[in-house]
Design a protein around this ligand. Sequence first.
Ligand code: AMP
Length: 216
Amino acid sequence: MRLILFGPPGVGKGTQAKLISLKLGIPHISTGDMLREAVAAGTELGRKAKTVMDAGHLVSDDIMIGIIRDVLTSPRCASGFILDGFPRTVPQAEALQRLVTELGICIDLVINMTIDEAVIVRRLGKRLTCRSCGRIYNPEIDPMTDTTRCLSCGGELYQRDDDKPKTVQNRLRVYEKSTAPVKAYYERLKILRSVSGMGTVEEVNRAILESLTIRS
Ligand code: AMP
């Protein structure tokens, strides 16, 4: 299956993509994680991306489309994938459509996760991420006695620079202006399904899995 998880920052795309990836046995492709890995590794891409990401802006379409082309043409994506964080602009969506057509495959479904803006700001302000495995924690929901160590791998938990309040506001503005129009693109292709991201992790996961099975 080839899926896209779509929605504003903080809606829970990363958490849900990891669960769906395990359940369906398809790789979770997070462009944000890939960029953060490049930043941590100090590559040229990482150096360029860091300034843009810290300001809450988008990395250029050319760079992102190149990254996605490399991943989707790699053997690990041969039997499916779940995209998280891509596409984020209409030109990225158009380039993805051209790429899948060229590869003779299609995107089965785009899950549009929805949430109130006030909840996003609260969630992101408290969100912690594991530096080693990327697991995301929301101390309001996840029962945690230790907010410094990851329960899965023991890695260090930290607050992403772009989860700090000023950057969150920028990311939300960028989402409305550049990313939200991608919804209409997939609506036209009739592959967009909306699911509320407001419940618990389990409730949202159930709703997403249901939306996959009711696909016509
Ligand atoms: P995420 O982890 O998906 O919230 O992504 C973190 C940051 O990485 C974003 O705020 C952007 O700066 C950058 N980024 C991730 N994916 C993309 C993309 N598809 N296009 C442009 N920038 C991206």
